[in-house]
Design a binder for this molecule. Sequence first.
Ligand SMILES: O=C(O)CCC(=O)C(=O)O
Length: 257
Amino acid sequence: MHVHCLQIDIAFGDVEKNITKVKQLMATLPEEVDTVILPELWTTGYALDALSQLVTPEIFDTLKRLAKQYHVDFIAGSVATETEGQFFNTFVVINKKGELVHRYDKVHLFRLMDEEKYLAEGTGMGTFNLNGIEQAGVVCYDIRFPEWIKTQMLHQAKVLYVVAEWPKKRIDHWRTLLIARAIENQAYVVACNRVGEDPANVFGGHSMVIGPWGDILAEAGETETTLTVALDLTEVDRVRKNIPIYEDRRPNLYRYD
Ligand SMILES: O=C(O)CCC(=O)C(=O)O
């Protein structure tokens, strides 16, 4: 399984320009790649006050066509979506046949970027089965909630995708939280962040692929780039056998409320 993260800059509120960039990058994929990952809200950026003009359901057709054309599974970042008059920050998974496998609406809205003023909170799970492998996906701020990530990973997930627009000034938190999520869940973490800036923030890049032992397998810098990494899922089984945290849990003692 070769994952390929597109760490890109995002043109603020310019959907067409962002889609054109991704189409160009898809045309240059290394041959071995079978899973492509994009960052959070990559079609619009945080132009949240313009969502009513920017959100169209056609984005799903575009993504399905691209997945089929390049024969890749698409962890298509998150895109802004509309359901019954409400906007969501939606993580999207499409398979090589161009079929929608899963969508997950970001559960934890990030007040520092005014998400709660423009978006509705999701209530569903980020787990999905792709090619017979249980996996999970969450969006940016979600990684600050280990109990939410554990809720996903208890569904036997071996890979956690994180799509983000994480600011540069808290990039140390990003790195530490991602490594912790990999270690405490004994899973691969494939995290795709954006670079560049918008009117309110500078974004930090440092997209990462982390192994189930917490080792950093690849890490980007602060400029546009791609990361390609081969994941060996038997490594997840080895780590879980070595330190059997899933068997040793004492959930009857864990109190969150
Ligand atoms: O938690 C953070 O520091 C960043 C979160 C964020 O940027 C987001 O959820 O969009």
